[in-house]
Ligand binder design. Structure first.
Ligand SMILES: C[S@@+](CC[C@H](N)C(=O)[O-])C[C@H]1O[C@@H](n2cnc3c(N)ncnc32)[C@H](O)[C@@H]1O
Length: 267
């Protein structure tokens, strides 16, 4: 595994996120916001991307900084903030190298833990979250459970894995961006390693204008897959001994039917 996290949030994919992902999983926005509002400032949005969560919080007048490993995502986030007259503190940093300019009451990580990194780096990230919190601060960190996606889950079985890598398929329908160009993406599973609990996905991205292909890119994403109990143990080792696990951003105790889990860990 390279030192720099292997994630695909660059170039055309970053542009796609910025254009089309603001309305993705809207219930996550109020979930984290309540923690920040109730004594949780200042807060840090780790892996803030292009600001899907960060921008609504800034609009609400909350004191939130953001960081992300992708300079492209941070740049687009900065542009979107500036277009609304906002100037948040944003910095480019992998979470396992987190070294923020101040300490926080809340650190939240949404849709990003385990992306592109090794297990050692993920543990180091937890350690740094602990270090970067104020004494009574709270870490909120979510994961999508490995069994959430039936298409991916079947490749945990040896007899199904023979079908990998999946064959490239044509990109999905194009979507028109604010500058008039059109974007299309197509992802596929390349490899799944049950022993290492790791899946590798490949994304093909295209940009079109006036019916002509302007650019195309291919990016890889490695995802470290975690189950509830191992992450609780890792949190304990990182000095978060009393973490609780909630269901899909819903304040209730997690159940087997939840595709997403949120770990709420107090320092
Ligand atoms: C699925 S997006 C989620 C963005 C944002 N948190 C949201 O919910 O809209 C994942 C983000 O994690 C960032 N990322 C991936 N691996 C990372 C790492 N190891 N450290 C910091 N950021 C990372 C990517 O660049 C990308 O912006």
């Amino acid at each position: 595994m390279p030192d720099t996290p292997q994630t695909w949030h660059y170039g055309l994919i970053a542009k796609w996120w910025s254009e089309f992902n603001d309305d993705f999983r809207p219930h996550e926005v109020p979930y984290f916001q309540r923690y920040i509002e109730h004594g949780g400032q200042p807060a840090l949005d780790v892996a803030c991307g292009t600001g899907r969560l960060l921008l609504p919080y800034l609009r609400a007048g909350l004191d939130v900084d953001g960081c992300d490993v992708s300079a492209d995502m941070i740049e687009l986030c900065r542009e979107k903030a500036a277009s609304e007259g906002l100037a948040p503190t944003l910095f480019v940093q992998a979470m396992h190298e987190l070294d923020p300019p101040r300490r926080y009451k809340t650190i939240f990580v949404c849709g990003a833990f385990g992306l592109g990194s090794t297990r050692e780096q993920d543990f180091e990230a937890l350690r740094r979250f602990h270090e970067s919190l104020e004494p009574d601060g709270t870490l909120l960190l979510d994961i999508e459970v490995p069994y959430a996606d039936p298409k991916q889950w079947r490749y945990w079985l040896r007899e199904e894995r023979g079908a990998l890598p999946e064959a490239p398929k044509p990109p999905r329908e194009r979507r028109r961006a604010s500058d008039g160009s059109e974007y299309a993406l197509r992802s596929r599973i390349v490899e799944l390693e049950p022993l290492a609990q790791r899946v590798t996905l490949s994304m093909h991205a295209e940009q079109w204008r006036d019916g002509l292909l302007q650019a195309e890119e291919d990016h890889l994403l490695n995802i470290g897959l975690y189950f509830r109990n191992e992450l609780l143990l890792m949190l304990e080792r990182a000095e978060f001994p009393n973490a609780i696990v909630q269901g899909d951003h819903n304040d209730s105790e997690a159940t087997s039917d939840d595709d997403f889990l949120v770990f709420v860990a107090r320092k």
